[in-house]
Write a protein that binds this ligand. Sequence first.
Ligand SMILES: O=C(O)CCC(=O)C(=O)O
Length: 303
Amino acid sequence: MSKPPSPSPFRDDLAKTGFTIQRSLLTPSELATLRAAASRTTALARAGAWPHVRTVGKQFPPWPSPASAEDGIWGVQGLLHPSLPDAGVYADAYFSDAVLGVAKQILGCGDGDLVMELCNLLVRPEQDFRLSWHRDDVPAEAGPEEEARRLGQSTYWHTQWNLALYADASLVVVPGSHARVRTPAERAAGPDAGDMPGQVVVELQPGDAVFYDNNILHRGVYSAGVERMSLHGSVGRVGGGAFRARNVLQHGVGEWVDRCDFSGLAEGRGEEGERIRRRAEGMRDRLVKLGRESGDVGYSLTG
Ligand SMILES: O=C(O)CCC(=O)C(=O)O
């Protein structure tokens, strides 16, 4: 395990429990702009006019596209995709100091080492739906040795967050489980398993974000009756190699990342805007490079 240099309360929290909650990362005006964009994007996706979606009934990529009207969606993928009308609004949030400032503390690095990863949206499904207990990059079938090896790999190479645009209590985690193999009860939990001993429901207010290790044992529990729009993002640190490449490129980002034009981030915003544009372009270029070096990386999990 490589040890990042400077101390950070965020990273300490994350190392201990597997997640850390940061309150009020968005101003009221940013929140209003993002909510409006997320409503437009969700409407496009529900109408079948945006093909990159997470389909109800399926937990992991690849998701069938378009979703049938009967199944519906629980997420929209590729918010930074150059063809998505509101990509610029999401880029503002994704590359912001508010979000990446926390990420840099967690990763213990500066702008020059950040790698663009995922920027998706998790939304209210139109029928109740829940994910089974899982780790994002360790298959449920992994034995204890394999599980321990893959958990060790994930440390400090990326961080992942949910940034809530509406109050969100959908994510359920088992604190501390990112740093140990599963107990026999956890290992036995099937797709329909209920609550897990020690589980915590992560409660976010609009503008709050939870940063979490995506290998913490977790699930999503979604109610068709409760509005949900949470930006679901991740960012990496240079050096993550094929391990991070698989996590990111399995979501199809490699097909379009080199066409992302982030020049709009600088428009009318002076030096500050130039700084964010340079940050965004550097992060994009490092993902393009990772994709070229990694080739066909496959999928982390199936189902
Ligand atoms: O809905 C959530 O917050 C969790 C999503 C999740 O578990 C996943 O994308 O693997």
